[in-house]
Design a binder for this molecule. Structure first.
Ligand code: ASP
Length: 333
């Protein structure tokens, strides 16, 4: 009898479809000011990016590879505050930050304040895999990139008219108000993934906050602040005003609540983003994912666009407003 039961359990375990999950975000902020065509364009890129990650996970690939591939599509698009579309510093030149983390090994790599790297997420991964360090910054990071055969791009690679116009407008405003400000502050990109082997990974890539001081580093490349992954708890990528995420070690705090307090990942994300950050007026949001495939997409801004895909092959797009109906599209092209 015992043998029969055992056989049944084995059969049902192998018959279940292997599970995996990937969630991507395109930054927390105010989508209210954004023209519908621009929202649609961003949605299309996130769908394309999530498809790249899905393709890897569905054939049994690693969450780390899926995170990198998904982020690269968004970096290359020029539509987000990452890679080609990065926001400008107040000197008019983008400085980019990125991090990636492997929840299985706690391996982590980041780069900050790089000016000539088209895909900072890839360089972050090389820091993780090819150096004994976690974080490389500025010229040192770029020297390392060259040693790895990465071609350095001119700052003109990052030129885009939308950002340049925003920059000029903000500089004009500054003459009147003495502050450098702009309205649609969002566009950092991040991804969390769980692969069929049950391993979590997280990554984040950004040009930082708009019109930041040259040399300013945000939360995205700081492990535990804007990016974190640990198979013992969860994977998180944050977006928002990085100074708050650093002071509150947001990504690590969410994961440690899951790990030590045993609260569900959505409650942990909610308690940190909707209570602690809100109390401090820290704007932003997170995507979080645990090993059981539970997902939280939590933001205290008016929007945070996300795309989520599971083994069922449906990409669920939502978050450009709190009330927007989700759009569901197939993951297979
Ligand atoms: N968190 C990023 C930073 O502070 C910016 C953002 O997510 O919008 O650099």
């Amino acid at each position: 009898m015992k043998i029969v039961i055992l056989v049944l359990i084995v059969v049902s375990a192998t018959a279940a479809p292997a599970d995996f999950v990937l969630v991507a975000h395109g930054g927390a902020g105010n989508y209210g000011e954004m023209p519908p065509a621009a929202i649609e364009a961003r949605r299309a890129v996130i769908i394309q990016a999530v498809r790249a990650g899905y393709e890897i996970l569905s054939r049994g690939g690693a969450s780390l590879d899926a995170v990198e591939a998904t982020i690269r599509v968004m970096e290359d698009s020029g539509l987000f505050d990452a890679g080609r579309g990065a926001y400008y510093t107040r000197e008019g030149v983008p400085e980019l930050d990125a991090a990636i983390m492997d929840g299985r090994t706690l391996g982590a790599g980041s780069v900050a304040s790089v000016k000539h790297i088209a895909n900072p997420i890839h360089l972050a991964r090389l820091v993780m895999e090819k150096t004994p360090h976690v974080l490389l910054v500025g010229p040192g990071a770029e020297e390392f990139a060259k040693s790895q055969g990465i071609e350095l791009v001119s700052p003109y690679y990052f030129f885009n008219e939308r950002e340049w116009n925003q920059y000029k407008k903000a500089v004009e405003e500054k003459k009147k108000t003495s502050a450098l400000v702009r309205e649609d502050e969002h566009g950092t990109v991040g991804v969390v993934a769980l692969d069929q082997a049950g391993n979590l990974a997280a990554g984040t890539s950004t040009g930082g906050t708009t019109l930041k001081m040259p040399g300013r580093v945000g939360d995205s490349p700081i492990i535990g602040a804007g990016t974190y992954a640990n198979n013992q708890s969860c994977a998180v990528s944050g977006t928002g005003v990085g100074e708050f995420f650093m002071r509150n070690i947001v990504a690590a705090d969410i994961c440690e609540r899951v790990r030590y307090l045993h609260v569900p990942v959505d409650q942990a994300a909610n308690d940190v983003v909707m209570k602690e950050l809100v109390d401090q007026h820290g704007e932003g949001g997170v995507i979080a994912l645990d090993r059981q495939g539970n997902v939280a997409t939590t933001f205290n801004t008016t929007g945070m666009m996300t795309g989520t895909v599971r083994a069922d092959g449906k990409i669920i797009m939502k978050g450009w407003s709190k009330t927007a109906e989700p759009v569901i599209v197939p993951a297979a092209k």
